[in-house]
Design a protein around this ligand. Structure first.
Ligand code: DX5
Ligand code: ZN
Length: 211
């Protein structure tokens, strides 16, 4: 059986002028993890937040920070994000990182390591490292922006991943709402990232609807 369901709201959709208030509100609404989207304007076209802002979020957060590194060279920033207080650091298999080495460096820094697959990357690309990670993130949109439409064929990737790793936390990210959450969980995902859906309504009600 898959591990327990966790909801990870993506702070990308929160009001950045009021991060403390947003973090407190989303935690009170039932968030299990806080998903933090780090984009480097190179691996993806968008540019978002870096270690100083992660450190600021950490000062007001009680839940673990699930930092999704959409970066070409995440290996160069492991120490900084660890110091900033990341709870998880996930790196893309499509990045330039030496994967085994970077996962080991993340763990050595006291942070939980994870891998991320883009929508068209087969699960086999992560297979060699499944025993080395605490979280496998399957992207259900092309990374870069919130508010995109769920890409259904990734459910097959989730199913295969669940067969390969029955006990692993398998996270899905992009286009998650009450309907797509149901399909993702049926396929084997147990960590649901949701940005625009949870932040565009009553936070507690939206999180409940995902559960
Ligand atoms: C996309 C990010 C997502 C994004 C999800 O690049 O990785 O975490 O915030 O946003 P929604 O839930 O709106 O698709
Ligand atoms: Zn993300």
């Amino acid at each position: 059986m898959a591990p327990a369901l966790k909801i990870a709201p993506s702070l990308l959709s929160c009001d950045f002028a009021n991060i403390q208030r947003e973090v407190e509100a989303i935690e009170a609404a039932g968030a299990d993890l806080l998903h933090v989207d780090v984009m480097d304007a190179h691996f993806v076209p968008n540019l978002t937040i870096g270690p100083p802002v992660v450190a600021a979020i950490k000062r007001v957060a009680r839940r673990p920070l699930d930092c999704h590194l959409m970066m070409t060279d995440p290996q160069r920033y492991v120490a900084e994000f660890a110091k900033a207080g990341a709870g998880y650091l996930t790196i893309h298999v499509e990045s330039h990182a030496p994967i085994a080495e970077t996962l080991a460096a993340i763990r050595a820094a006291g942070v939980k390591p994870g891998l991320v697959l883009n929508p068209e990357t087969p699960v086999e690309a992560a297979e060699p490292w499944l025993k080395q990670i605490d979280l496998l993130l399957v992207m259900s949109v092309w990374p870069g922006f919130g508010g995109q439409k769920f890409i259904k064929p990734v459910l097959e990737t989730v199913r295969k991943a669940r067969r390969l790793a029955p006990d692993l936390d398998i996270e899905i990210d992009g286009g998650i709402n009450a309907e797509t959450a149901k399909e993702a969980v049926a396929a084997g995902a147990n960590v649901l990232v949701a940005g625009s859906y949870v932040f565009s309504g009553d936070y507690a009600q939206r999180i409940r609807s995902l559960r």
